[in-house]
Ligand binder design. Structure first.
Ligand code: MN
Length: 425
């Protein structure tokens, strides 16, 4: 499929720096709150955001036919519900046309332009979607193998089911926060290896997980399934996703029903939803799946995405160190397979459900997507630029995830998600 808005030749009349995550080929959607105004839908372009409520108020989005209130909403849910996949695609195309260097419709309407195009430092970026349900997968083979080695043993690292289905669990939507919102270190039960009984207190093994989450449109009625071939029609876009994890709480509680309080105290997401359409130029083949998967998980075309991912730790004094470099293409199970598996039993998805990938680790140690793996359960401290070391995340540390795809001179990025860890309450 050729998507006109992805054309690498397109240029905007808005100045976009060469290293920007947000050229005219991206146009991610978010919820902005300009100084002194209410929340509304925005689109990022270079160092600016475009206020879609202003555009709608001046009739510039009339041809799309969506209620104006959708653009003035606190979350993207209403717009996603009204527009669906084809409508959001048409809206992105309309924004692309309005920002195109060859188009004078908005550029020439000075009053509207000045009101709608806002320097990004003059807006707050809010949580873009009201997440209805959140599911976390475990779709990176290297990560599953590494954790299996540490929580069990290398001979028993991958469970017998792992290469037959995308393992996942239902997480907690209420504690998903947007970039910039701090979280407190969680408290809970843990059992020190040499102790006979568990103890209670703040987690001593707080960790990040470098993940990508995707946001869905409304799915099919309860009882029906979304196939691998249909999956793209139900995926709106992707966000950086830090699935905060307390490894000591997790290791003690996870048998036999899986993650619970070691995970549900918080997850952090980036504020811009990069559409699946914008990532279409960056599709790549995935790893060969052996043994062959069951028919309902088979994918006939390439369904992985080449997106470079990074995690950084910023110390309380403000020194940033990149601690890992991974890539979305390292996933064993594609997003299509995740969604097909999620719904194969008839489970229904709703608008703005969040499905996260699980930690994405590459095969090299510097590509591991969590401190658990980078420090190998605390046995190999990670050196930071200020000379200090980390086995896990300390109070006052800020973890930052960044990601972008690049091809043919076009960079489509996600911005960042940052979250500072504050002491336990
Ligand atoms: Mn996770």
């Amino acid at each position: 499929m050729t998507i006109a808005a992805n054309n690498p030749e397109l240029r905007s009349w808005v100045e976009v720096p060469a290293n920007s995550d947000f050229p005219i080929q991206n146009l991610p959607f978010g919820i902005i709150r300009p100084t002194g105004k209410t929340a509304r839908v925005g689109v990022a372009i270079g160092h600016y955001v475009l206020d879609l409520y202003v555009l709608a108020s001046h009739g510039l989005l009339r041809e799309l036919g969506f209620p104006k209130a959708c653009y003035g909403s606190r979350h993207l849910n209403a717009l996603m519900q009204a527009a669906g996949k084809s409508g959001m695609r048409a809206l992105r195309q309309r924004i692309s046309d309005l920002l195109n260097a060859d188009n004078d419709e908005l550029r020439g309407a000075e009053l509207v332009r000045n009101e709608a195009l806002i320097p990004s430092e003059h807006v707050d970026l809010l949580m873009p979607v009201r997440v209805r349900d959140y599911t976390d997968f475990y779709a990176s083979e290297q990560h599953a193998y590494n954790v299996g080695c540490m929580f069990r043993d290398p001979d028993n690292a991958l469970m017998p089911n792992w290469k037959h289905l995308p393992v996942g669990y239902h997480g907690r939507a209420s504690s998903i926060v947007v970039s910039g919102v701090p979280l407190h270190r969680p408290k809970g039960q843990r059992k020190p290896p040499d102790a006979d009984a568990p103890v209670f207190g703040p987690s001593t093994r707080l960790d990040f997980e470098l993940e990508m989450g995707f946001v869905t449109f409304a799915g099919k009625p309860l009882g029906e399934s979304i196939s691998v071939a249909e999956a793209d029609d139900y995926i709106f876009g992707l966000m950086l996703f830090n699935d905060w994890s307390a490894r000591d709480i997790q290791a003690w509680e996870y048998v036999p029903l899986g993650p619970f309080l070691g995970k549900n105290f918080g997850s952090s997401v980036s504020p811009w939803v990069v559409t699946l359409d914008a990532l279409e130029p960056f599709i790549v083949p995935g790893p060969e799946q052996e043994p062959e998967v069951l028919d309902y998980l088979r994918q006939d075309s390439n369904g992985h995405y080449d997106v470079a991912l990074e995690a950084w730790i910023e110390t309380p004094a403000g020194v940033e160190t990149r601690v890992t470099e991974s890539n979305l293409k390292h996933l064993y199970w594609s997003m299509r397979q995740q969604l097909a598996h999620h719904t194969v039993n008839g489970c229904n998805i709703n608008v703005a459900d969040m499905l996260a990938s699980g930690t994405i680790s590459g095969s090299e140690p510097h590509e591991y997507g969590s401190m658990l793996e980078l420090s190998w359960a605390g046995s190999k401290p990670v050196a930071l630029k200020d000379g200090s070391e980390r086995k896990f995340i300390e109070d006052g540390d800020t973890v930052i995830l960044r990601g972008h795809a690049e091809k043919a001179g076009v960079r489509v990025g996600f911005g960042e998600v940052r979250c500072q860890i504050q002491p336990a309450l």
